[in-house]
Design a protein around this ligand. Structure first.
Ligand code: FES
Length: 72
């Protein structure tokens, strides 16, 4: 799901950064540009960064709506 309309940053991008230890708004902004332009996405970035982590890579590896179920 796209979180930042200006940069196209997704929830998976943010989860990946968080799993890599870059789970701050400043780090997300620096590495993706999200929240640096018009900034309405900042509250959603904060929300994603403060969600409980189930596992270090669970959010990164979770299938998205665009992932194919069958690779055959
Ligand atoms: S929507 Fe994220 S900076 Fe504009």
């Amino acid at each position: 799901m796209i979180i930042c309309q200006c940069t196209g940053t997704t929830d998976r991008d943010i989860a990946r950064l968080r799993a890599e230890g870059l789970g701050t708004v400043a780090a997300v902004a620096k590495l993706t540009g999200a929240g640096r332009n018009c900034a309405p996405c900042r509250s959603e970035i904060v929300r994603l960064l403060t969600l409980p982590m189930v596992g270090p890579t669970d959010a990164v590896n979770a299938p998205s709506a665009s992932d194919s179920i069958c690779a055959a």
